[in-house]
Ligand binder design. Sequence first.
Ligand SMILES: [Zn+2]
Length: 198
Amino acid sequence: MCYTGEMFRVILLYTLLFITISIGVSQEEKDRKIVFNEVVYDPFFAATIKDNEGERFNVSRIAFFDEFNEKKYFFWVRRNSGLYTVSFKNIKSVIFSSNDFADDRYEGFTRATLNLISGESHLVYIKTTGHLEGFEELFASPVTFYLHYNLIESIEFAGNGNYYYCPFCETVYFDPSTEICPYDKTPLVEGVLSDSDR
Ligand SMILES: [Zn+2]
């Protein structure tokens, strides 16, 4: 009888512990993860941003905020009559044209060369109504970049199409400096994006 009671107490303790851990993880996941095309991605994209004065900024945790201040991990891209969303994971770099100013042809869009990780380059118009936010390495501080009026010359993403994933929780990371999963401390495994993901 006493033994069963002990067992019950142990099970109850573990159940409470499990619930506590589950709540902790789910809040963490909400803050840090993103689901895109049914795959969970870590939003910590990193890039070198060069401004129109030639200053370079190494920025991690990059996200784009549109005019409604909604957080996105992609750019809206116009190519003639086509309007696309292009995920940061597929972008190698964005080089803005210094001759064409914002709103030249399409309101809120700026002419740029979009270099994809697949090796393709396209002359496009990128939505620049909004701003980039991230965490700057040098000042170890959050930073905001406005994309209006050609303040930014280029955005070069650190990812090259490879990713790392956690075999335990299956979170995907694009930042090559991440070696251990911050959620469960599991060493990450290297993966390669399939053609369909590009
Ligand atoms: Zn993990």
